[in-house]
Design a protein around this ligand. Structure first.
Ligand code: ADP
Ligand code: ZN
Length: 527
């Protein structure tokens, strides 16, 4: 009985959420695609069926995982509760590898963890074929299955080969698992892993203990420091930055401010990375400043905040990264600061990448969805869950729910700004950046204005009623809404086709009043 395995082996009293259904489905020999948030309990979904099928004499379960560190932990934990498990990867000595292969070939192993590149290896394939002939291949588990999709954020070439498992061993059940997948990634996983006949299990992606806050950048370092000091003094947290240099600078700066922080990125020596990771896991109250190289497979339950100083690539990446906060179920925070430059940078990275146009189009769409989340006036959680196909009602625990942002009718301001860009083009077939545009709108006679004769434009001075800061906010939102594009080395501004309706007054624009200065309520702290 599956529940008996749960009690006897793992010492848990009951399955959680959909685990019972998934485990029964897989143990009885069917394929499954499991979408469950981080911390939801995906491992048991293949471990319990593997144990059950092994007890029925069906042999070894093969678990494909891209994370060597995680394999190590999982195997250790399984052996500790008396389940015979092992991993094969490049870190083993040849004697150890041979010993494990013998255990596998004899069908004694319950679970074997392998990296995806090993699966396609001819020697390993021969071993699988031999096991299969003798009826000793009990199931395949494919962890982090979103890695097969190039729309996702962790695409791995090796995952593409995993479809061969189904082609060669169609009667062996497969369970693919992931913590993150929007519609496109989901469709991709099903197609590429040939899971058309698999039952799809989707758990709620809500992480109710995480409070989401997205603020406009305005001296982001100071904002971060204030955020940590106000809410998270002495807490463990992760701060994500895009570049290695920024990781190092930010870690150093936080330390100088008395917040213990360590850097982590792929450019650091492997020994240093390991040391920093170990300290983060072991010590209390350390802040890890990292690129996205840090985090997959890190299981630290009491991370109290995840902060982003740069915009992630898309909502899936944002969800995955913020999901590392609050795995213990106690209150945690996801905080992100973003600005116009982030939007422009991300767009440029997509535009300049060597990928196909189709691919770029999808990436742009995903970035736009993230920007819409960032610019949203309503509940962040509702938007986030909607992105993963889930309906919900306002959460009462995100920045917008707690402090509903004031909005204003920005239609006129938007029209002024758009015509400012349009007049530059009409005047001299030229494009300019944000600073100059705002000078012209506000009627400032700078050298550049006189140099180009822009004081004679009909748009000169039409925006004197707004401050420079306010104009920047208008511009950022218009870029996020896709009406303005900022391109080229100097981020010069142009109009996109959708700007037309706004210019003609056919489309109203609702803008958000800068929210950073508003009071915040304190988080209830776990005792
Ligand atoms: P995921 O891989 O989805 O991030 P894990 O499989 O690592 O999640 O599980 C997260 C935590 O929840 C682990 O500590 C695990 O032991 C625990 N857990 C999972 N299922 C149950 C259950 N049915 N009862 C109690 N604890 C569970
Ligand atoms: Zn909310």
């Amino acid at each position: 009985m599956l529940a008996d395995i749960l009690h006897e082996v793992f010492g848990y009293s009951a399955f959680r959420g959909q685990q019972a259904d998934i485990v029964a489905h897989v143990a009885s020999g069917h394929d499954a695609l499991v979408l469950m948030p981080t911390g939801g309990g995906k491992s048991l979904c293949y471990q319990v069926p593997a144990i059950a099928r092994h007890r029925e004499g069906k042999g070894v379960a093969i678990v494909v995982s891209p994370l060597i560190a995680l394999m190590h932990d999982q195997v250790g934990a399984l052996e500790e509760v008396g389940v015979h498990a092992a991993f094969l990867n490049s870190t083993l000595s040849s004697e150890d590898a041979q010993r494990i292969e013998r255990e596998m070939m004899a069908g004694r192993l319950v679970m074997l963890y392998v990296a995806p590149e090993r699966v396609t290896h001819p020697r390993f394939q021969a071993q699988l074929a031999s096991l299969h002939e003798r009826g000793l291949l009990s199931l395949f588990a494919i962890d982090e299955a979103h890695c097969v999709s190039q729309w996702g954020h962790d695409f791995r070439e090796d995952y593409l080969q995993l479809s061969m498992l189904h082609e060669r061993y169609p009667d062996v059940p497969r369970v693919a698992l992931t913590a993150t997948a929007d519609d496109q990634t989901r469709a991709d996983m099903i197609e590429r892993l040939q899971l058309q006949d698999a039952r799809v299990f989707i758990s709620s992606f809500d992480r109710p203990n995480i409070r989401y806050t997205l603020v406009e950048k305005d001296n982001p370092r100071q904002q971060l420091l204030r955020f940590i000091r106000r809410e998270h003094e002495g807490d463990a947290g992760i701060v994500y930055c895009q570049s290695r240099k920024k990781v190092e600078d930010t870690a150093e700066w936080l330390s100088e401010q008395g917040i213990p922080a360590l850097p982590y990125h792929a450019g650091l020596d492997a020994g240093v990375r390991q040391r920093h990771q170990d300290r983060f896991l072991r010590e209390d109250g350390l802040v890890m400043v990292a690129t996205v190289a840090f985090g997959m497979g890190i299981d630290k339950p009491d991370v109290r905040f995840v902060a982003h100083l740069d915009l992630p690539k898309n909502i899936e990446a944002y969800y995955q990264e913020t999901g590392r906060a609050g795995r213990d179920g106690a209150d945690a925070e996801a905080w992100l600061a973003y600005g116009l430059a982030d939007v422009v940078n991300q767009r440029r990275m997509i535009d300049e990448s060597p990928a196909h146009d189709d691919f770029k189009r999808v990436q742009r769409g995903k970035l736009d969805a993230l920007l819409a989340l960032a610019e949203a006036h309503d509940c962040r959680r509702v938007r986030l869950l909607a992105y993963f196909g889930e309906d919900s009602t306002p959460c009462g625990n995100c920045d917008n729910c707690l402090n509903p942002p004031q909005t204003w009718d920005g239609t006129e301001a938007a029209r002024k700004l758009l015509s400012g860009i349009y007049r530059f083009w009409q005047h001299g077939q030229q494009r300019f950046g944000a600073g100059h545009l705002i000078d012209v709108l506000r009627g400032r006679l700078t050298d550049k204005v006189t140099q180009y004769g822009h004081q004679s434009l009909s748009t000169f001075g039409i925006g004197a009623d707004l401050s420079e800061h306010q104009w920047r906010a208008v511009l950022r939102q218009l870029v996020a809404l896709g009406h303005v594009v900022a391109e080229g080395e100097f981020n010069t501004l142009g109009l996109s086709p959708s700007a037309r309706a706004v210019l003609k007054g056919e489309q109203a624009i609702v803008l958000k009043v800068a929210a950073e200065a508003m009071p915040r309520t304190k988080l209830a702290r776990p005792k």
